[in-house]
Write a protein that binds this ligand. Sequence first.
Ligand code: CP
Ligand code: NVA
Length: 329
Amino acid sequence: MVNLKGRSFLKLLDYTPEEILYFIDLAAELKEKKKKGILTTDMHAGKNVALIFEKTSTRTRCSFEVACHDLGIGTTYLDPKASQIGTKESIIDTANVLGRMFEGIEYRGFEQTKVEDLAKYSGVPVWNGLTNEFHPTQMLADVLTIREKLGRIKGVKLTYMGDARYNMGNSLMVVCSKLGMHFTACTNREYFPEQSLVDECRKIAEGTGATITLTESVEEGTTDADVIYTDVWVSMGEPSEVWKERIDKLLPYQVNAKAMANAKKDAIFMHCLPAYHDLNTQVGRDVFDEFGLKELEVTDEVFNSPQSVVFDEAENRMHTIKAVVAATI
Ligand code: CP
Ligand code: NVA
């Protein structure tokens, strides 16, 4: 019997495959209830959680707020400017204070050490809503989406194209190794995940049947892929000066019709979002003015193709975050 009460959700390395699948199953169950209009507000009625966002968010914030509302939980949103965190008060002191008032804390920010400290000193479950290193709630949504679309998880070949050293590349490599999936980082070698994490994942993979491949060849990396996944080339908190270097090194790894055509015929396209696929964003227009590119990590054609499951994936953020909160609080 899986019992996750009181556990923090900081990174998937801390969870067994069985526990990860428990979250996925619970999310599917809660999703079905929501679709049928079955209320779940008595599950955790009367509890309160704090939602700390040191970086901006659409999906993660809305998912936590809606999920908590559906579970009967009250939420308090703290943005970096509206609280003392980091500027006038340390993470440790903040953890001690919030732990006295809330039954759980979500944290989105920079270093993974901060979310780990919050968990250590608050005495309540802490959920990682994205750090530089990991984005674990996104992984649950992605796995649920893969299972819904492909009907299986184990043995699925997922190819990640882009900056694989950051939160998304790292987290996808971890979840694939845990769940017996075949992970390929298809990118410039400078953007391969850190070797120590690759080694750790390969060790996990030995016991699950997963494989980890790092390749600079688009041809090799996309062949027979079930899932082609990408993310923004410049992440939140990075300086805009890095755009030039990223474009130079990552343009060959843009997800376009040719890359998709080399994958399996029924392959799906995934992206955690937000995405730069047209000129309807300020950043997209700024990059266009400077570099003349209308689309970046993914072409508009692929983004809007029938193979693209990005909005199902976004919806699943809410159902899976609800499962994490419901199971751990
Ligand atoms: N995918 C994701 O985390 O989206 P937000 O940044 O909008 O929360
Ligand atoms: N790598 C991206 C993910 C956004 C969900 C970032 O950190 O900005």
